[in-house]
Design a protein around this ligand. Sequence first.
Ligand code: SF4
Length: 396
Amino acid sequence: MVGKVAVGGDAPVTVQSMTVTKTADHEATLQQIYALAAAGADIVRCTCNRAEAAEGLARIVPRSPVPIVADIHNNYRMALAALEAGVHCLRLNPGNIRKPEQIKEVARECKDRNVPIRIGVNGGSLDPDLYHPEFGVTPEAMVASAMRELAYFEDVDFDLVKISVKASSVPLMIEAYRQLADTCDHPLHLGVTEAGPPPPGIVKSTAGIAALLAEGIGDTIRYSLTTDPVVEAKCGRQLLEAMGLRERRNVDLIACPSCGRAEVDVFKVASDAMEAFGEREIPLQVAVMGCVVNGPGEARDADLGIAAGNRRGHLFVKGENIAVVAEDEMVDALVEWAEFICEHGSEAALQRAEQTRNEARQAAEEDRRRNLDELGDDANQSEILVEEIRRHSSVS
Ligand code: SF4
Protein backbone atom coordinates (compact mmCIF):
# COMPACT_ATOMS: atom_id res chain seq x y z
CA MET A 1 0.00 0.00 0.00
CA VAL A 2 1.16 3.52 -0.79
CA GLY A 3 -1.15 5.29 1.64
CA LYS A 4 -4.63 4.18 0.59
CA VAL A 5 -3.54 3.05 -2.89
CA ALA A 6 -2.82 -0.66 -3.38
CA VAL A 7 0.20 -1.42 -5.55
CA GLY A 8 1.16 -4.76 -7.06
CA GLY A 9 -0.59 -8.13 -7.17
CA ASP A 10 -4.12 -7.83 -8.55
CA ALA A 11 -4.38 -4.09 -7.83
CA PRO A 12 -5.11 -1.91 -10.86
CA VAL A 13 -2.09 -0.25 -12.48
CA THR A 14 -1.86 3.27 -11.09
CA VAL A 15 -0.64 6.61 -12.40
CA GLN A 16 2.03 8.73 -10.77
CA SER A 17 3.27 12.20 -11.48
CA MET A 18 5.58 14.64 -9.78
CA THR A 19 5.19 18.24 -8.68
CA VAL A 20 7.53 20.87 -10.12
CA THR A 21 6.90 23.49 -7.43
CA LYS A 22 9.23 24.08 -4.46
CA THR A 23 7.95 21.63 -1.84
CA ALA A 24 8.61 24.28 0.81
CA ASP A 25 5.90 26.37 -0.89
CA HIS A 26 3.20 24.07 0.42
CA GLU A 27 0.22 26.06 -0.90
CA ALA A 28 1.52 26.10 -4.49
CA THR A 29 2.49 22.43 -4.20
CA LEU A 30 -0.93 21.43 -2.86
CA GLN A 31 -2.60 23.31 -5.67
CA GLN A 32 -0.53 21.34 -8.17
CA ILE A 33 -1.25 18.05 -6.38
CA TYR A 34 -5.00 18.74 -6.67
CA ALA A 35 -4.60 19.51 -10.39
CA LEU A 36 -2.63 16.29 -10.89
CA ALA A 37 -5.21 14.23 -9.00
CA ALA A 38 -8.01 15.75 -11.12
CA ALA A 39 -6.06 14.88 -14.28
CA GLY A 40 -5.72 11.21 -13.28
CA ALA A 41 -2.74 10.88 -10.90
CA ASP A 42 -3.33 8.28 -8.17
CA ILE A 43 -0.03 9.00 -6.37
CA VAL A 44 2.12 12.15 -6.44
CA ARG A 45 5.84 12.52 -5.75
CA CYS A 46 7.38 15.67 -4.30
CA THR A 47 11.05 16.41 -3.93
CA CYS A 48 12.49 16.46 -0.41
CA ASN A 49 15.90 17.95 -0.95
CA ARG A 50 16.23 20.14 2.16
CA ALA A 51 14.78 20.71 5.62
CA GLU A 52 12.34 23.37 4.33
CA ALA A 53 10.95 20.83 1.85
CA ALA A 54 10.41 18.29 4.66
CA GLU A 55 8.57 20.98 6.63
CA GLY A 56 6.47 21.65 3.54
CA LEU A 57 5.63 17.93 3.37
CA ALA A 58 4.41 18.03 6.98
CA ARG A 59 1.86 20.63 5.84
CA ILE A 60 1.08 18.96 2.51
CA VAL A 61 0.51 15.33 3.52
CA PRO A 62 -2.57 15.85 5.76
CA ARG A 63 -4.31 17.94 3.08
CA SER A 64 -3.35 15.97 0.00
CA PRO A 65 -6.14 14.12 -1.89
CA VAL A 66 -3.65 11.39 -2.95
CA PRO A 67 -0.73 9.59 -1.25
CA ILE A 68 2.59 11.43 -1.31
CA VAL A 69 6.00 9.96 -2.17
CA ALA A 70 9.08 11.90 -1.04
CA ASP A 71 11.92 11.95 -3.54
CA ILE A 72 15.23 11.72 -1.70
CA HIS A 73 18.44 12.84 -3.33
CA ASN A 74 21.86 12.59 -1.66
CA ASN A 75 21.06 13.13 1.99
CA TYR A 76 19.62 10.19 3.92
CA ARG A 77 18.61 12.58 6.72
CA MET A 78 16.03 14.03 4.34
CA ALA A 79 14.50 10.53 4.13
CA LEU A 80 14.17 10.46 7.92
CA ALA A 81 12.72 13.98 7.91
CA ALA A 82 10.19 13.04 5.21
CA LEU A 83 9.10 10.07 7.32
CA GLU A 84 8.64 12.44 10.26
CA ALA A 85 6.45 14.55 7.94
CA GLY A 86 4.20 11.50 7.43
CA VAL A 87 4.83 10.72 3.74
CA HIS A 88 3.33 7.49 2.40
CA CYS A 89 6.40 6.29 0.51
CA LEU A 90 10.04 7.18 -0.12
CA ARG A 91 11.95 7.03 -3.36
CA LEU A 92 15.67 6.34 -2.96
CA ASN A 93 18.15 6.39 -5.83
CA PRO A 94 20.83 3.75 -5.11
CA GLY A 95 23.26 5.75 -7.22
CA ASN A 96 22.99 8.73 -4.86
CA ILE A 97 22.92 7.35 -1.29
CA ARG A 98 25.54 4.61 -1.26
CA LYS A 99 26.57 4.10 2.38
CA PRO A 100 25.04 0.78 3.52
CA GLU A 101 24.59 1.97 7.11
CA GLN A 102 22.59 5.01 6.02
CA ILE A 103 20.43 2.94 3.66
CA LYS A 104 19.74 0.41 6.42
CA GLU A 105 18.86 3.13 8.90
CA VAL A 106 16.25 4.51 6.53
CA ALA A 107 14.88 1.01 5.85
CA ARG A 108 14.65 0.28 9.60
CA GLU A 109 12.70 3.49 10.13
CA CYS A 110 10.39 2.66 7.21
CA LYS A 111 9.83 -0.82 8.63
CA ASP A 112 8.80 0.63 12.00
CA ARG A 113 6.40 3.01 10.30
CA ASN A 114 5.12 0.50 7.68
CA VAL A 115 6.11 2.89 4.90
CA PRO A 116 7.26 1.43 1.55
CA ILE A 117 10.35 2.48 -0.40
CA ARG A 118 10.78 2.62 -4.13
CA ILE A 119 14.27 1.69 -5.24
CA GLY A 120 14.57 4.12 -8.13
CA VAL A 121 17.49 3.09 -10.31
CA ASN A 122 18.24 5.61 -13.02
CA GLY A 123 20.44 4.80 -16.01
CA GLY A 124 21.96 8.26 -15.85
CA SER A 125 23.06 8.05 -12.20
CA LEU A 126 24.16 4.46 -11.79
CA ASP A 127 26.61 3.48 -9.06
CA PRO A 128 29.94 4.09 -10.91
CA ASP A 129 31.37 0.63 -10.20
CA LEU A 130 28.46 -0.92 -12.10
CA TYR A 131 29.23 0.76 -15.41
CA HIS A 132 30.33 -1.72 -18.03
CA PRO A 133 33.86 -0.78 -19.23
CA GLU A 134 32.83 -1.11 -22.84
CA PHE A 135 29.04 -0.67 -23.00
CA GLY A 136 28.45 1.80 -20.14
CA VAL A 137 24.92 1.45 -18.75
CA THR A 138 23.52 -2.02 -19.41
CA PRO A 139 20.24 -3.65 -18.38
CA GLU A 140 22.27 -6.10 -16.26
CA ALA A 141 23.98 -3.23 -14.41
CA MET A 142 20.66 -1.54 -13.67
CA VAL A 143 19.17 -4.74 -12.29
CA ALA A 144 22.36 -5.37 -10.26
CA SER A 145 22.04 -1.90 -8.73
CA ALA A 146 18.46 -2.63 -7.65
CA MET A 147 19.43 -6.04 -6.25
CA ARG A 148 22.31 -4.56 -4.27
CA GLU A 149 19.93 -2.07 -2.62
CA LEU A 150 17.41 -4.82 -2.01
CA ALA A 151 20.06 -6.89 -0.22
CA TYR A 152 20.65 -4.02 2.25
CA PHE A 153 16.91 -3.93 2.92
CA GLU A 154 16.80 -7.69 3.41
CA ASP A 155 19.60 -7.35 6.01
CA VAL A 156 17.16 -5.41 8.18
CA ASP A 157 14.18 -7.57 7.20
CA PHE A 158 12.43 -4.85 5.21
CA ASP A 159 10.46 -5.89 2.14
CA LEU A 160 7.87 -3.18 1.42
CA VAL A 161 9.66 -2.44 -1.81
CA LYS A 162 8.77 -1.27 -5.27
CA ILE A 163 11.49 -1.00 -7.93
CA SER A 164 12.10 1.03 -11.05
CA VAL A 165 14.96 0.80 -13.57
CA LYS A 166 14.37 3.84 -15.75
CA ALA A 167 16.51 4.93 -18.67
CA SER A 168 16.06 7.54 -21.36
CA SER A 169 16.66 4.87 -24.01
CA VAL A 170 13.45 2.94 -24.67
CA PRO A 171 15.10 -0.37 -25.72
CA LEU A 172 17.40 -0.20 -22.67
CA MET A 173 14.60 0.36 -20.17
CA ILE A 174 12.42 -2.33 -21.75
CA GLU A 175 15.20 -4.89 -21.47
CA ALA A 176 16.10 -3.79 -17.92
CA TYR A 177 12.49 -4.17 -16.75
CA ARG A 178 12.16 -7.56 -18.45
CA GLN A 179 15.26 -8.82 -16.65
CA LEU A 180 14.07 -7.29 -13.38
CA ALA A 181 10.65 -8.97 -13.70
CA ASP A 182 12.47 -12.30 -14.19
CA THR A 183 14.66 -11.65 -11.15
CA CYS A 184 12.23 -10.61 -8.41
CA ASP A 185 8.55 -10.47 -7.47
CA HIS A 186 8.39 -6.92 -6.17
CA PRO A 187 5.94 -4.45 -7.74
CA LEU A 188 7.54 -2.42 -10.53
CA HIS A 189 7.18 1.27 -11.34
CA LEU A 190 7.61 1.98 -15.07
CA GLY A 191 8.93 5.02 -16.85
CA VAL A 192 11.22 6.37 -19.57
CA THR A 193 13.29 8.91 -17.71
CA GLU A 194 13.99 12.36 -19.18
CA ALA A 195 11.68 11.56 -22.10
CA GLY A 196 11.64 15.26 -23.01
CA PRO A 197 8.92 17.60 -24.25
CA PRO A 198 5.82 16.41 -26.12
CA PRO A 199 5.15 15.06 -28.64
CA PRO A 200 8.39 12.98 -28.82
CA GLY A 201 8.44 12.62 -25.02
CA ILE A 202 4.93 11.18 -25.06
CA VAL A 203 5.79 8.83 -27.93
CA LYS A 204 8.92 7.51 -26.17
CA SER A 205 7.16 7.08 -22.84
CA THR A 206 4.20 5.33 -24.43
CA ALA A 207 6.46 3.03 -26.44
CA GLY A 208 8.39 1.89 -23.36
CA ILE A 209 5.55 1.73 -20.85
CA ALA A 210 2.95 0.18 -23.17
CA ALA A 211 5.34 -2.51 -24.44
CA LEU A 212 5.95 -3.65 -20.85
CA LEU A 213 2.33 -3.39 -19.73
CA ALA A 214 1.32 -5.53 -22.70
CA GLU A 215 3.69 -8.21 -21.35
CA GLY A 216 2.04 -7.98 -17.94
CA ILE A 217 5.00 -6.10 -16.43
CA GLY A 218 4.38 -2.98 -14.33
CA ASP A 219 2.25 -1.83 -11.40
CA THR A 220 2.60 1.95 -11.45
CA ILE A 221 3.61 4.24 -14.31
CA ARG A 222 4.90 7.75 -14.85
CA TYR A 223 5.37 9.85 -17.96
CA SER A 224 8.48 11.99 -17.30
CA LEU A 225 7.77 14.91 -19.59
CA THR A 226 9.35 18.34 -19.89
CA THR A 227 6.05 20.18 -19.65
CA ASP A 228 3.21 20.92 -17.24
CA PRO A 229 2.95 17.75 -15.10
CA VAL A 230 -0.82 17.75 -15.61
CA VAL A 231 -0.01 16.47 -19.12
CA GLU A 232 1.96 13.60 -17.53
CA ALA A 233 -0.99 12.60 -15.38
CA LYS A 234 -3.42 12.81 -18.32
CA CYS A 235 -1.17 10.73 -20.57
CA GLY A 236 -0.75 8.08 -17.89
CA ARG A 237 -4.45 7.83 -17.32
CA GLN A 238 -5.27 7.78 -21.03
CA LEU A 239 -2.72 5.06 -21.71
CA LEU A 240 -4.19 2.80 -19.03
CA GLU A 241 -7.72 3.45 -20.33
CA ALA A 242 -6.64 2.81 -23.93
CA MET A 243 -5.07 -0.50 -22.89
CA GLY A 244 -8.18 -1.51 -20.98
CA LEU A 245 -6.29 -1.51 -17.67
CA ARG A 246 -8.47 1.15 -16.05
CA GLU A 247 -12.09 2.05 -16.47
CA ARG A 248 -12.83 4.94 -18.78
CA ARG A 249 -13.44 8.15 -16.87
CA ASN A 250 -13.85 10.78 -19.58
CA VAL A 251 -15.04 10.74 -23.18
CA ASP A 252 -12.98 8.60 -25.54
CA LEU A 253 -13.23 10.74 -28.65
CA ILE A 254 -12.60 8.86 -31.87
CA ALA A 255 -12.61 10.63 -35.22
CA CYS A 256 -11.89 9.73 -38.81
CA PRO A 257 -8.68 11.14 -40.31
CA SER A 258 -10.75 12.97 -42.99
CA CYS A 259 -10.31 12.44 -46.71
CA GLY A 260 -11.59 13.64 -50.09
CA ARG A 261 -15.13 12.64 -49.16
CA ALA A 262 -15.36 14.75 -45.99
CA GLU A 263 -18.17 17.31 -45.89
CA VAL A 264 -16.91 19.25 -42.90
CA ASP A 265 -13.59 20.33 -41.36
CA VAL A 266 -13.21 17.14 -39.29
CA PHE A 267 -10.07 18.42 -37.51
CA LYS A 268 -11.94 21.46 -36.23
CA VAL A 269 -15.12 19.65 -35.18
CA ALA A 270 -13.05 16.98 -33.40
CA SER A 271 -10.90 19.51 -31.56
CA ASP A 272 -13.96 21.64 -30.66
CA ALA A 273 -15.63 18.49 -29.32
CA MET A 274 -12.51 17.58 -27.30
CA GLU A 275 -12.58 21.03 -25.77
CA ALA A 276 -16.33 20.93 -25.10
CA PHE A 277 -16.11 17.56 -23.32
CA GLY A 278 -12.98 18.65 -21.44
CA GLU A 279 -12.70 16.87 -18.10
CA ARG A 280 -16.42 16.01 -17.89
CA GLU A 281 -16.86 12.58 -16.40
CA ILE A 282 -18.71 11.03 -19.33
CA PRO A 283 -17.25 7.55 -19.86
CA LEU A 284 -18.54 7.06 -23.41
CA GLN A 285 -16.93 6.58 -26.79
CA VAL A 286 -18.00 9.44 -29.06
CA ALA A 287 -17.24 9.54 -32.80
CA VAL A 288 -16.79 12.50 -35.14
CA MET A 289 -16.90 11.38 -38.77
CA GLY A 290 -16.41 13.47 -41.90
CA CYS A 291 -19.08 11.92 -44.09
CA VAL A 292 -22.30 10.02 -43.84
CA VAL A 293 -21.22 7.55 -46.53
CA ASN A 294 -18.78 5.65 -44.33
CA GLY A 295 -18.97 7.42 -40.95
CA PRO A 296 -21.93 5.73 -39.23
CA GLY A 297 -20.82 2.26 -40.34
CA GLU A 298 -17.18 2.66 -39.38
CA ALA A 299 -18.11 4.09 -35.98
CA ARG A 300 -21.03 1.75 -35.31
CA ASP A 301 -19.44 0.53 -32.08
CA ALA A 302 -19.25 4.04 -30.63
CA ASP A 303 -21.90 4.91 -28.03
CA LEU A 304 -22.69 8.11 -29.92
CA GLY A 305 -21.46 9.76 -33.07
CA ILE A 306 -22.03 12.40 -35.66
CA ALA A 307 -21.33 12.29 -39.39
CA ALA A 308 -21.30 15.31 -41.67
CA GLY A 309 -23.41 15.65 -44.77
CA ASN A 310 -24.58 18.63 -46.84
CA ARG A 311 -24.01 21.30 -44.15
CA ARG A 312 -25.70 19.25 -41.47
CA GLY A 313 -24.78 16.62 -38.95
CA HIS A 314 -26.30 13.16 -38.69
CA LEU A 315 -26.37 11.95 -35.11
CA PHE A 316 -26.26 8.24 -34.47
CA VAL A 317 -26.40 6.02 -31.40
CA LYS A 318 -24.80 2.58 -31.74
CA GLY A 319 -24.91 3.03 -35.52
CA GLU A 320 -28.64 3.99 -35.60
CA ASN A 321 -29.52 7.42 -36.98
CA ILE A 322 -31.43 9.39 -34.38
CA ALA A 323 -31.52 13.06 -35.43
CA VAL A 324 -30.23 15.70 -37.83
CA VAL A 325 -28.73 19.01 -36.64
CA ALA A 326 -27.32 22.09 -38.37
CA GLU A 327 -23.56 21.98 -39.01
CA ASP A 328 -22.82 24.69 -36.46
CA GLU A 329 -24.73 22.75 -33.79
CA MET A 330 -22.86 19.48 -34.21
CA VAL A 331 -20.67 19.85 -31.12
CA ASP A 332 -23.46 21.13 -28.86
CA ALA A 333 -25.69 18.25 -29.95
CA LEU A 334 -22.95 15.72 -29.22
CA VAL A 335 -22.49 17.09 -25.71
CA GLU A 336 -26.23 17.16 -25.02
CA TRP A 337 -26.81 13.57 -26.22
CA ALA A 338 -23.67 12.31 -24.48
CA GLU A 339 -24.94 13.72 -21.19
CA PHE A 340 -28.32 12.10 -21.81
CA ILE A 341 -26.81 8.68 -22.60
CA CYS A 342 -24.48 8.95 -19.63
CA GLU A 343 -27.46 9.50 -17.36
CA HIS A 344 -30.13 7.29 -18.96
CA GLY A 345 -28.34 4.81 -21.25
CA SER A 346 -28.35 4.12 -25.01
CA GLU A 347 -31.75 2.39 -25.08
CA ALA A 348 -33.37 5.46 -23.51
CA ALA A 349 -31.65 7.64 -26.14
CA LEU A 350 -33.07 5.49 -28.95
CA GLN A 351 -36.51 5.73 -27.35
CA ARG A 352 -36.17 9.50 -26.97
CA ALA A 353 -35.48 9.67 -30.71
CA GLU A 354 -38.50 7.50 -31.57
CA GLN A 355 -40.20 10.39 -33.44
CA THR A 356 -37.13 11.58 -35.34
CA ARG A 357 -35.41 8.28 -36.20
CA ASN A 358 -37.23 7.59 -39.48
CA GLU A 359 -36.74 11.11 -40.74
CA ALA A 360 -33.09 11.03 -39.64
CA ARG A 361 -32.48 7.75 -41.47
CA GLN A 362 -34.03 9.15 -44.66
CA ALA A 363 -32.03 12.39 -44.43
CA ALA A 364 -28.81 10.41 -43.94
CA GLU A 365 -29.65 8.25 -46.94
CA GLU A 366 -30.32 11.39 -49.05
CA ASP A 367 -26.96 12.88 -48.11
CA ARG A 368 -25.19 9.58 -48.63
CA ARG A 369 -26.58 9.30 -52.16
CA ARG A 370 -25.85 12.92 -52.94
CA ASN A 371 -22.24 12.49 -51.77
CA LEU A 372 -21.85 9.34 -53.87
CA ASP A 373 -23.45 11.01 -56.90
CA GLU A 374 -21.16 14.01 -56.61
CA LEU A 375 -17.92 12.26 -55.67
CA GLY A 376 -18.54 8.78 -57.01
CA ASP A 377 -17.21 5.62 -55.40
CA ASP A 378 -13.67 6.93 -55.55
CA ALA A 379 -13.76 10.23 -53.66
CA ASN A 380 -10.02 10.14 -53.02
CA GLN A 381 -9.33 9.46 -56.69
CA SER A 382 -7.22 6.47 -55.76
CA GLU A 383 -8.32 4.50 -58.79
CA ILE A 384 -7.26 7.31 -61.13
CA LEU A 385 -3.84 7.28 -59.46
CA VAL A 386 -3.67 3.50 -59.70
CA GLU A 387 -4.39 3.74 -63.43
CA GLU A 388 -1.63 6.37 -63.75
CA ILE A 389 0.86 4.13 -61.93
CA ARG A 390 -0.04 1.18 -64.13
CA ARG A 391 0.31 3.31 -67.24
CA HIS A 392 3.76 4.53 -66.18
CA SER A 393 5.02 1.12 -65.18
CA SER A 394 3.87 -0.45 -68.45
CA VAL A 395 5.71 2.29 -70.41
CA SER A 396 8.94 1.70 -68.47
S1 SF4 B 1 -14.70 8.28 -45.97
FE1 SF4 B 1 -15.86 9.68 -44.62
S2 SF4 B 1 -15.60 8.79 -42.60
FE2 SF4 B 1 -13.99 7.87 -43.88
S3 SF4 B 1 -12.18 9.20 -43.68
FE3 SF4 B 1 -13.33 9.99 -45.43
S4 SF4 B 1 -14.64 11.57 -44.55
FE4 SF4 B 1 -13.96 10.32 -42.85
